[in-house]
Design a protein around this ligand. Structure first.
Ligand SMILES: [Zn+2]
Length: 573
């Protein structure tokens, strides 16, 4: 209670009202107001403001001090100078569901640690049970080498073990796993893959590209068993400041057969997760998750014709994106990306293609005819030339307005002619500048000369008029690594790749927010802090426009809002 007599208080109120005529106007009501921040709007002018008001899940006002006076809200957050910006939109990542058989090799920092995880899981499951997991990366392991069959035999001789490398292009198995797969010294390399061998010709456990030879033997979890791990993976994105993403590896395998599903079901960890499974998760708790757009793996013409939906089907929480990923070539971790020149020290070897040009053209034609956007995986320069040509042939035969087709990855600069064709055809790319950071060692091993300068280009394709957006492809998912690599072009050990491909911080942020929104036709709904757009934004612990570049890697997300709802709070975690 006031310590002053009531009459004095009333007099003071009357004087205040009289001296501030604006206050007489009724305040507008909002659900949430955030004030005293540095609001990076990513609008056309890249304007910086200080306050935002939110109502019914959308931004209703952006501005300065007047916002706090004009808008009365149930909740007001004083940002105390912190930076608020649109949530990141990652245009190409892979959700990982985790089987109860799985360890988390991506968290291991040495082969010893990896071994301890395998040993613990083998004990938990009992002898004979498969132990699996994916995401190890030799660059992050203290020993700086791949784990081998012998490493795993020493730890878990009585359990078959298979561990997939980050990027999913190779896997290592132990002796029991190889035995169950029927792989021994006499086994020839399979189509499209490689069984690595020691000097004595005996397999060392590493299988390149045809990881399915081992993975298909691992018993699948049911959709229900997998669901909690998907929800956790989705919430992990919010902690990284990702409010929308495009999932690059979804299938329609578990649809009814008459709607394009796979005979015999599907939906296990080997084939990736399904549209139906994610739809179930989003129906239950979509409001607490990042907004999702799904790439659908090409299931073949017959099945795709039976599937009743195409690009755009769904809602603001979960919808269908392109027929995409469906790789034309491999990647540089193998290396299996299809390049125009031989790999360093591997005369005659230019990588792999996973389908004929005829099959590629059929996939593009069929998908286009059925109303799908396209986003095929092409990493090596020759693969990019080939896929861009296939797009060009289909678009020449059946012109399509505002198609927003894209190449996933676009990791090595193709010919100038290809970039001109792509620009003329309106083809986009989902680039991963973060590969430069994480795959630095790999690139230096397998490429040389000017080809090292052609890796993960961003500035050059833009200069040709190609639309580029940013994404992570899980190497790693963190957008801050993407920003860092896009502006510095540096690897984790400090090697700097062609500086000419660097872009400014403002550009990098735009490609990871407003520009990325347009790849899913959402430019009017998200990607910037402007009235009318979804209240999808993040609050950071430092300012990505001004911190020293190295500090971008340490920048943390304090708060994440999706549709105006607080869905991540670092303080509470
Ligand atoms: Zn890919």
């Amino acid at each position: 209670m006031s310590k002053y007599p009531k009459s004095v208080v009333l007099l003071a109120l009357a004087m205040t009202a009289g001296s501030l005529p604006v206050a007489a106007a009724p305040a507008a009501t909002a659900d949430l107001v955030l004030i005293n921040g540095k609001v990076i709007t990513v609008d056309k002018a890249f304007a910086v403001k200080s306050a935002v008001a939110v109502k019914d899940g959308r931004i209703v006002a952006v501005g300065g001090k007047e916002i706090g006076r004009k808008w009365k809200a149930a909740r007001t957050i004083d940002l105390k100078g912190r930076t608020l910006m649109p949530g990141f939109i990652d245009a190409h990542l892979h959700l990982k569901g985790v089987s109860h058989r799985s360890i988390e090799p991506d968290k291991a920092r040495s082969i010893t640690e990896l071994g301890a995880m395998v040993a613990a899981k083998a004990r938990e499951l009992g002898p004979g049970e498969w132990v699996a997991g994916s995401g190890w990366d030799e660059a992050l392991l203290a020993e700086k080498r791949n784990p081998t069959r012998a490493d795993l035999d020493a730890i878990a001789p009585d359990n078959p073990v298979v561990l997939v490398r980050a990027g999913a292009h190779s896997a290592v198995g132990n002796s029991l796993a190889l035995k169950l797969a029927g792989i021994d010294a006499a086994t020839p390399d399979p189509d499209g893959g490689l069984i690595e061998r020691g000097a004595d010709g005996v397999p060392n456990g590493m299988i390149r590209e045809r990881t399915d030879l081992l993975l298909r033997l691992v018993p699948a979890d049911s959709a229900e068993q997998m669901r909690p791990s998907y929800v956790r993976a989705l919430k992990d994105l919010l902690a990284l400041g990702i409010t929308s993403f495009m999932e690059a590896w979804t299938t329609i395998d578990d649809e009814p057969v008459e709607r394009g599903g796979l005979a015999g079901g599907g939906g296990n960890a080997v084939r990736g997760h399904t549209f139906r499974q994610l739809r179930t998760i989003y129906d239950q708790q979509g409001e607490d998750l990042p907004r999702a757009t799904l790439y659908i793996m090409y299931p073949g013409a017959e099945r795709l014709k039976k599937f009743p939906h195409h690009t755009g089907f769904g809602d603001d929480r979960l919808k269908l994106g392109p027929i995409g990923e469906s790789a034309y070539d491999g990647g540089f971790t193998g290396p299996t990306a299809r390049t125009s020149k031989d790999y360093k020290g591997q005369p005659g070897f230019r990588g792999t293609t996973f389908m004929t040009e005829h099959a590629l053209q059929e996939m593009v034609d069929t998908s286009a005819r059925l109303g799908w956007q396209l986003g095929i995986h092409a990493i090596g320069d020759e693969a990019i030339d080939t896929v861009a040509s296939a797009y060009h042939r289909t678009l020449s035969a059946r012109p399509k307005a505002d198609h927003r087709w894209f190449l996933s990855h676009f990791t090595m600069l193709p010919t100038e002619q290809t970039m001109r064709t792509m620009a003329a055809d309106g083809i986009w790319t989902t680039a991963q500048p973060n590969f430069t950071y994480n795959l630095e060692g790999r690139y230096l091993q397998v490429l040389d000369g000017e080809r090292l300068d052609r890796i993960n280009p961003v500035a050059t394709p833009i200069s040709y008029g190609v639309n580029v957006v940013m994404s992570s492809d899980n190497l790693p998912i963190g957008p801050m690594v993407g920003l860092y690599a896009a502006v510095t072009r540096k690897g984790m050990a400090g090697h700097q790749f062609a500086k000419a491909e660097a872009i400014t911080r403002e550009e990098a942020i735009r490609l990871y927010t407003a520009k990325a929104a347009a790849l899913t036709w959402d430019e009017a709904r998200k990607g910037s802090i402007e009235p009318g757009k979804f209240a999808d934004f993040i609050v950071l612990d430092r300012d990505p426009l001004t911190v020293p570049a190295e500090q971008l890697l340490q920048t943390r997300v304090d708060l994440t809002f999706v549709g105006g709802k607080l869905v991540w709070d670092r303080q509470a975690n």
